[in-house]
Design a protein around this ligand. Structure first.
Ligand code: MV4
Length: 446
């Protein structure tokens, strides 16, 4: 097991990792920018190192400073959290060269999944169902036309280096294809320095369902069921739940087994998420994330398994603490992302939190890095906390969530709490009847 872990992140996720380290008796090192001297993760860590000015590229993305902080403090491993360096294969390579353990997958697995064409090829080879489309990249407009005619319109053109919704174009018919194709390529080239694109059948009203997996790097892997992340705005998830209201336990076991067998076959090490679109009872792989995700607590709530604990165990060679047949899915959990943003316009609202009171009670978890009197700096993403509620079933979970939202007080800034107070009493939400476009329509018709 590790003696000391450096947490290369900030905010609620830095605290989340710190808590797992505490429980395991592992020393912690926080790193922070000059804008984050008063941050909670800095106050709670055993040691802290200032790694640079506010801009992320000079601090939380500054590999040299982070490696130096690791060597100065004698940390033997780094947990990258999510975002920042968490899916940076070069960072994983550099740490290996410095004999520092990266708490995440092997650099090669990060690299494969970072290239969406390579990721899809790998998924297909491992028996994961994918969206019908081109075999690999497409460079020629006539090839694009041929592929589109084969799979049928509408089609979507995606950047190989994209992901998370960046660099996509839809063509409804052949007349729209050439422009969509050329635009997608030139935008991909400009945004990512890589103009490789691929084509898929466009699914009109899918849900976004993702499967949590953890591999031990020795050919063993488990799945921890799925999360439904369909409620999103501009590719930012807003509300996530486990289980998905759209799946029964047979469908869950089936897709879960496909994913865990695939990552076992890869020799994958660490936590990962296999992302699918789900429509008319079918799963279609789109991407795999090779990090811990923001919404991991809903999975923890229904399985009782600490995912950061598992990440640390497999990275240190201790193996998984559980086998698949020991994992049970109990009840229902929902996460609301509390952002420092206006609940209708989503305009960021940095500033001082004058009063912060979190809900409590049975089945309520709040992961947050803020406190009364804390000044939210304007340089980073606007997530200030997550409310995760668990109940014995979805109805109880929604009741408890409504109560917890009523208790939550954040004064001094705008937050997304009012949106959740509306959503929790909406009929479609109560019925679990929503797809990836539901929230944008709801907000547009408000
Ligand atoms: C799609 C799609 C429809 N058909 N692929 C957006 C994020 C990226 N990870 C994949 N995305 C999509 N891919 C096909 N073949 C629709 C989306 C999409 C979406 C997916 C998940 C969650 C929210 C979304 C919002 C708009 C579009």
């Amino acid at each position: 097991m590790f003696n000391k872990i450096l947490i290369a992140n900030r905010g609620e996720i830095a605290l989340r990792v710190l808590r797992a380290c505490r429980e395991l008796g592992i020393q912690t090192v926080a790193v922070h920018s000059t804008a984050d001297s008063e941050a909670m993760h800095v106050k709670l860590a055993d040691e802290s190192v200032c790694i640079g000015p506010p801009a992320s590229r000079d601090s939380y993305l500054n590999i040299h400073q982070i490696v130096a902080a690791c060597e100065i403090t004698g940390a033997d491993a780094i947990h990258p959290g999510y975002g920042f360096l968490s899916e940076n294969a070069k960072f994983a390579d550099i740490l290996e060269a410095h004999n520092i353990a990266f708490i995440g997958p092997k650099a090669d697995h990060i690299r494969i999944m970072g290239d969406k064409i390579e990721a899809k090829r790998t998924a297909m080879r491992l028996g994961i169902p994918v969206v019908p489309g081109s075999e690999g990249g497409v460079t020629d407009p006539d090839d694009a036309k041929r592929v589109a005619a084969e799979i049928g319109y509408p089609v979507i053109i995606k950047a190989a280096a994209g992901g998370g919704g960046r660099g996509m174009k839809v063509a409804k018919n052949e007349g729209e294809l050439k422009t969509a194709f050329q635009t997608a390529r030139s935008e991909a080239g400009a945004a990512f320095g890589d103009d490789a694109v691929y084509i898929e059948k466009y699914l009109a009203k899918p849900r976004h369902i993702e499967v949590q997996v953890v591999g031990d790097g020795q050919g063993n892997a488990i799945h921890l069921g799925e999360r439904d992340c369909s409620l999103q705005r501009r590719h930012q998830k807003v509300w996530e739940e486990a289980n998905s209201p759209a799946l029964n336990s047979d469908a869950r076991e089936k897709i879960g087994a496909i994913c865990s067998e695939a990552v076992a076959e890869m020799g994958y090490s660490g936590a990962g998420t296999v992302e699918f679109l789900y429509e008319n009872g079918e799963f279609y792989f789109i991407e795999m994330n090779t990090r811990l995700q923001v919404e991991h607590p809903v999975t923890e709530a229904i399985t009782g398994i600490d995912l950061v604990h598992e990440q640390i165990r497999v990275a240190s060679g201790s193996g998984l603490s559980v086998q698949q047949n020991e994992i049970e899915f109990q009840g229902h959990a929902i996460e609301c992302r509390i952002n420092a943003e206006n609940a209708r316009t989503f305009v960021p609202s940095p500033g001082t939190i004058t009063h912060f009171h979190t809900p409590g009670g049975l089945g309520v978890r709040v992961d947050s890095g803020v406190y009364s009197g804390y000044r939210i700096p304007p340089y980073y993403d606007s997530l200030i906390g997550k409310l995760i509620v668990h109940g014995r079933n979805r109805v109880e979970c929604l009741m408890r969530l409504r109560r917890a939202l009523d208790e939550f007080v954040v004064d001094g800034i705008d937050t997304t709490l009012p949106l959740f107070r509306d959503l929790v009493s909406d009929k479609d939400i109560a019925d679990g009847k929503y797809d990836i476009h539901w929230l944008e329509h709801y907000l547009a018709n408000d």
